[in-house]
Design a protein around this ligand. Sequence first.
Ligand code: HEM
Length: 402
Amino acid sequence: MSAPALPHPGCPTSAVDPFSRAFLLDPYPFHQELREAGPVVHIDAYGLWAMARHAEVAASLNDWQTFCSSAGVGLSDFRKETPWRPPSLVLEADPPLHTRTRTVLARVLSPNAIRELRAGFEREAECLVDRLVAAGQFDGIKDLAEVYPPKVFGDAVGLPAEGRENLLPYGGMAFNAFGPRNELFETAFANAAPVIGWITAMCRRDAVAADGLGARIFQAADSGELSEEEAGLLLRSFLTAGVDTTVNALGNALFCFAEHPDQWALLQANPALARNAFEEVLRFEAAVQTFFRTTTRQVEVSGTTIPEGAKVLLFLGAANRDPRAWQRPDNFDINRRVVGQMGFGTGIHGCVGQMVARLEGEIILASLARKVRRIERNGPLQRRLNNTLRGLDALPLRVTPV
Ligand code: HEM
């Protein structure tokens, strides 16, 4: 019997389900399988195209004309399905709208604005780390990763203290919603109404402090750059993208160091490595694992023709461990030159908040490095599965003070 014709000539197909429990628990063997299958792979389960090699992921993110975001950066195609909420005016937009909104957010998060945040972020980190080191044992997720960003970023935005417990469930919903409507999605949305209600209430001018980053978005409405409603939706982008991401990244950082005591010894000996160390965490255990694009035309990528209107899944986490781009990609090495890691994306949608995230990561790691000689796991960890994010639910730790 002759072999059946390939459904997508020249393109390998894969039976891997990137949103299954097995994949999300340990994506790395699957990443390798996808990278080695070819530069573009058709994922039959969802009828989508995928790229897991660094070169193709980076090239697609840098070609917004062909790989657009306005049809959604998840599996759902906004041209065919109604999104679960009004689309983001920045993440889920193409130029010229994206250029206008991104300009405002880039100004609000300018280098000057980030510099102003440093002293407050450092004060909070010192207090938190002192308390945890004095306790000797703590949960790296519940007691550190989930405490620090809601506090410092929430304060920076100008959110009231009350209700911030809604930030993480909201992020959980938004990042699960980039995947299929599987059990993770359903669980995240089980109690959606009060969470969405609080977030919506916070996206108004009178809900946020007059001197925070949130208020600065509304200044663009005063000058006519944005409508009042657009300003509210842009504030929503901060609340969606600015908390769960950093929480998972900080948790992953603690995980990496608990698993690699030799790397902790290096950081402890030289806390100035903290910034590069956080960057290596984002490469090695990318907090944001994937984003989608949609093709605006038929396009050929490394010999494979992808039709117009196709959903394309870009594996940032797999690109970050592509041996074509990195030496010893599966080694966690805080002295590595990490330039080009895809954890913040790249191109016009490259993370607009990356300097805030880096500030948080650097400050927490440097503070721990100055005060903690040894950091060890003190019990079994629990993974938190999410259709987009990689992170933990529990990470019991024991620390030995300097
Ligand atoms: C370690 C923490 C973070 C990670 C791993 C991360 C990751 C990413 C990635 C991969 C993208 C690209 C999306 C795409 O190409 O479709 C992105 C975009 C974005 N991020 Fe972050 N992010 C983090 C922290 C933050 C923070 C703290 C903020 C807010 C201050 C933020 C706000 C945004 C926004 C608004 C976008 C959309 C930008 C655009 O479409 O032009 N992120 N982020």
